[in-house]
Design a protein around this ligand. Structure first.
Ligand SMILES: C[S@@+](CC[C@H](N)C(=O)[O-])C[C@H]1O[C@@H](n2cnc3c(N)ncnc32)[C@H](O)[C@@H]1O
Length: 415
């Protein structure tokens, strides 16, 4: 557990009340809001900024062992001009996290809006000119062919690490992670700044191979999280996809406890997966995309009606009609695509599987780009596509032939 406190509070830890402040419990060098302000003011004095600045209430954030000291303009009390971040352990300024002095000065001089507007004005809303595409091959190679910033949303569910030996070629977990890093890096290149990458992942279970071993769970989502941050994404949300209770029994987890009921043997039956939402770093606010979209009719017609998922717990039945062993349900793809893209946008799924993302993007009036490495699964994609009236002929097929129309008159009849 970590604590972010507006002030020094008496806190409860492990059920015992203690009258020590968080800073005292952690043994920080900077122990109080007064001391935090003092460190910040010594620093600002070097730049002769003190006469124009007052301090807001410092906060302690013991996740990172830092104090955050808000800076306000003395001229306009309400306007925040930045913050000084102090390493609570050493009392040094954390330059990486603090607002740069140049920016504080510009804001104090009332140039804040001008400063940001100038940067934003330079940006024009870019409409991607990519058309519906389905490619057979390694997504890293195929993405490398795509122009930078040509995609508006990425939604995917990556291959599992050794979940089923026949279904994964990564024998070392680190090898899997470095493959995923390359995918995330390339995804970051093709994704437009400020837009979302949503990834469906879950910890995986490595079954024991003998009686003398125990099964292991690897927390893949948490390792991927770090990679996303290192590759220039910001964390937005952890959506929890909850399946019905029966869904987890197939994993075998929790069965032993169910039978014996011994403490320490308890294992939860997993019925959730993560749907992690990241945003490619940008100074552009979400509002910017809504206000500057050149087709405001598209923006209005993309609005989400009532009955949307209000919380981060999404109860969705995992069942799909797909022949793919790891397809995600159409409902999951529909929700993600509707919540994180506009009509007309380009939605990429680098690990297309049976093409759920592409099919749902198409049904929601978005364009799609889908890659899949396996010929077997590409066949499933083609079968589904050829059931949609005339769609097959409107797709740019890479490394694979377009599917034969199944309609009576060359695909004309098959709605
Ligand atoms: C979890 S499945 C995706 C299922 C998909 N969401 C669906 O609904 O059908 C991952 C897919 O990634 C494919 N894959 C694995 N490595 C790949 C690579 N390097 N490039 C493209 N596809 C890959 C696998 O063949 C598998 O079909």
């Amino acid at each position: 557990m970590f604590n972010v406190f507006k002030s020094q509070r008496i806190v409860q830890i492990g059920g015992n009340m203690t009258n020590k402040t968080i800073a005292e419990q952690r043994g920080y060098a900077v122990k109080s809001t007064v001391e935090a302000k003092q460190v910040a003011s010594n620093y600002l004095a070097e730049f002769e900024l003190l006469k124009n600045i007052s301090f807001g209430l410092p906060e302690i954030d013991d996740r990172y062992h830092i104090w955050r000291v808000p800076l306000k303009s003395k001229m306009e009390e309400a306007s925040t001009v930045g913050e000084i971040v102090i390493n609570a352990n050493t009392s040094e300024i954390d330059f990486g996290r603090s607002t740069v002095i140049d920016l504080i000065e510009k804001r104090l001089l009332g140039r804040k809006d001008e400063y940001f507007d100038k940067r934003r004005k330079k940006k024009e809303y870019k409409i991607s000119n990519l058309r519906n595409t389905i490619g057979l091959g390694d997504c890293i190679d195929l993405m490398a062919e795509m122009p930078a910033e040509s995609v508006d949303l990425i939604f995917t569910s990556p291959p599992y690490f050794n979940a089923r030996p026949q279904y994964s070629e990564y024998h070392e977990y680190e090898e899997y992670l470095s493959f995923m890093r390359r995918v995330i890096r390339e995804s970051g290149r093709v994704l437009h700044e400020g837009r979302f990458m949503v990834i469906n992942v879950a910890p995986i279970l490595i079954r024991r191979t003998s009686r003398n071993e125990s099964s292991k769970r690897i927390a893949v989502p948490f390792d991927l999280h770090r990679i996303f941050i290192e590759e220039g994404f910001e964390f937005v949300d952890d959506l929890i996809w909850v399946k019905p209770e029966g869904a987890g029994w197939a994993t075998g987890r929790g069965r032993r406890f169910f039978a014996d009921r011994n403490p320490l043997q308890y294992k939860a039956v997993p019925v959730t997966e993560y749907v992690l939402v990241y945003r490619k770093k940008s100074e552009l606010l979400i509002d910017w995309f809504i206000r500057n979209h050149p087709d405001q009719d598209k923006v209005s017609s993309s609005k989400i009606g009532d009955g949307y998922e209000v919380t981060n717990i999404w109860k969705i039945h995992p069942q799909t009609r797909s022949k793919h062993p790891a397809a995600f349900p159409a409902e999951l793809a529909t929700k993600v695509i509707s919540y994180y893209s506009f009509k007309g946008d380009v939605v990429l799924d680098p690990f297309g599987g049976s093409g759920t993302t592409a099919l749902m993007a198409n049904s929601l009036d978005r364009r799609f780009i889908t890659f899949e490495i396996s010929e077997e699964y590409m066949k499933i994609i083609k079968d589904s596509i050829s059931n949609i009236h005339n769609l097959g002929s409107n797709i740019n097929w890479i490394n694979t032939d377009r599917p034969k129309p199944t309609g009576l008159f060359n695909g004309e009849m098959n709605d």
